[in-house]
Design a protein around this ligand. Sequence first.
Ligand SMILES: [Zn+2]
Length: 185
Amino acid sequence: MSQDPRGVRGPGAGARVEFIADCMLGRLAKWLKILGFDVLYFPKAEDKDLVEISRREKRVLLTRDTGLIEKTKRRAGRLFIESDDWREQVVQVLDEYGLWDSVRPNSRCLDCNKPLKPLPKSRARNLVPPHILDTAPSFAMCPGCGRVFWPGTHYGDMEARIAALRRRSGRGQTSLFALSAKREV
Ligand SMILES: [Zn+2]
C-alpha cells in the first residue's frame, strides 16, 4: 500500500492496518485477505503465540475470546469480534478501522499473505495457457509461491459480494455523511 503524500492517516487515506486472527476466525481471515488486507492466520496457534506475534509485528489481534482480549490489554491493538457470521465480522473490522476505501479485491495471495505484483503480458507468456494469455486483461504474480493470477470468471460475482458487504455497513459508502450525522445527535 502506498504512503499518503499528505501524511494523513485517517480512514481510507493510506491507513495501514495489519491483522492476526485467532483460530476461530478462519473465514474472516480468508475474506480479509480476499479483500486485499494483510492477515496472519494459524489454525492451531496457541494464545501466547498469537499475543506475541501481535505485539512483535504490531498487528491488531482479532479474536472471539474474551480471555485473549484480557491478555492483550496493555499491548498492541486488539478487536473483540462480536458476531458468529463472517459477513458481520468483515463489516465490523472494516468499519472499525475505516478500511472500506482500502479494499483491493484479489490483490493478495491467500496462501502466502503477500501482495501480488503486476506481471507484464510478455512475462506471463510461458506461464499461463494460450487462451488465457489472449483473453485475460492483466496478470499478477505472487512473490512468495510464484503462482500467476488473472481476473477470472468469478470477478463479477466478487464485486456483487463486496457490494452486499458494503450495504451491511452503516458507514461503508457514506463515511462523511455518517460522521456529520453522528455529530448532530
Ligand atoms: Zn503465494
